[in-house]
Design a protein. Structure first.
Length: 371
């Protein structure tokens, strides 16, 4: 009779029946690094021996980890924590990016089993589709690092660190070199806008003479405007929050909170616009029912003006902020920076905040353009 494996133990149940069992070390858990043991009990020695030899041969290769999670499992744990640490608009953008870009590729994959080949293909594809494709890769990286901290995967297996991230997107950026008006073109546009709709005219005149962002202007209240000092306080912005609801929140950056100057003509136009508005509302550019207008509305206003005036050269809404900066290119860069609320790292390092006299210089220059 062949010698039996000493690792297979014969046991006797209370009923008197014989059983054969094993309990053996098979290796380290690839996630936790802990020692892993496998065991089993069988009716006869041969079945127990076969099972024992199989688990010893395979080790932890097919070991089902008790903490194994899919990418979607991890996201559902991570996101509620993440959204409390960022602005609501940022959380909403992250939620959309995960649903549209990451989940279709990796949602059902175990987070500790994503191959570098698959992630390389993902990165290459996003570089073809998106200008800001790195944002998507960085968001996956955040999710993976959280999973590693929770011991669902190993930090050193992060696929973000195992691929060649494309240096540049293959998708062409929109040409913005001409996305602004010369002084003559701006005056032509404003004349057409004034004839078409006074509200639209007031809005675009404000952007062009203050450098406000689209969403900053939409968030303005009449209480933000000081008619005596001819200034406007920029302290908030209109944004898209969770579930695509419209919200008012703090501006883009700390530098975005600022006091912008208004030209004499802008003050006159705001007075006239306020008088023409039959609905008493604290919001300057309000919609129906004393509510903020949709963020997409200025794009529609602009489209309607161009439709009525096909001879005008079209630019985007952001182009009016670009126009303001271009018109002021001869002015002190530190003064213009502060009035516009720039948060550019280079500018922040090299220039101080604008003084009262600096803002006045900008105002005097804008007044001289007779807009």
């Amino acid at each position: 009779m062949p010698k039996r494996d000493k690792n297979i133990k014969e046991i006797t149940l209370k009923s008197g029946a014989k059983r054969y069992k094993y309990n053996t070390y098979i290796g380290l858990d690839p996630v936790t690094g802990e020692r892993v043991f496998a065991n089993g009990t069988y009716d006869n020695y041969n079945d127990a021996k076969d099972a024992y030899d199989k688990v010893r041969l395979e080790g932890t290769r097919h070991y089902s980890k008790p903490k194994q999670k899919t990418v979607d499992d991890v996201y559902k744990i991570w996101f509620p924590i993440y959204k409390n640490e960022v602005k609501e608009s940022t959380a909403n953008k992250t939620q959309i990016n995960y649903r549209v870009h990451i989940k279709p590729w990796f949602g059902s994959d175990y987070i500790d089993q994503i191959s570098s080949e698959k992630f390389q293909a993902f990165a290459n594809k996003k570089a073809e589709e998106l200008v800001k494709f790195r944002e998507i890769i960085n968001r996956f990286d955040q999710i993976y690092k959280y999973a590693a901290a929770m011991r669902y995967c190993r930090r050193e297996d992060n696929p973000v660190n195992m691929i060649i991230i494309p240096k540049k997107t293959t998708r062409k950026r929109r040409d913005i070199k001409t996305n602004f008006y010369t002084l003559e073109e701006l005056k032509e546009f404003l004349a057409a806008a004034q004839k078409y709709n006074f509200k639209y005219y007031t809005y675009f005149l404000l952007l062009a003479t203050t450098g406000l962002r689209k969403s900053e202007a939409l968030a303005l209240l009449w209480s933000d405007i000081d008619f005596n000092k001819r200034t406007v306080s920029v302290t908030k912005t209109l944004s898209i929050g969770m579930n695509n609801t419209q919200i008012v929140q703090s501006p883009k950056s700390a530098d975005s909170k600022r006091t912008a100057v208004l030209t004499s003509h802008m003050i006159e136009v705001l007075h006239e616009y306020h008088k023409k508005d039959k609905l008493i509302c604290p919001i300057v550019f309000h919609g129906s029912g004393n509510k903020y207008v949709a963020i997409s509305k200025p794009d529609r206003w602009l489209k309607n003006i161009y439709k009525q005036n096909p001879s005008l050269r079209p630019i985007t809404v952001y182009g009016f902020r670009h126009t303001y900066a271009t018109l002021n290119k001869s002015q002190s860069i530190k003064d213009v920076q502060a009035v516009m609320g720039h948060s550019d790292e280079f500018m922040t390092k090299h220039y101080t905040h604008s003084t009262e006299s600096g803002r006045e210089r900008v105002r005097e220059f804008m007044d001289s353009l007779n807009l």
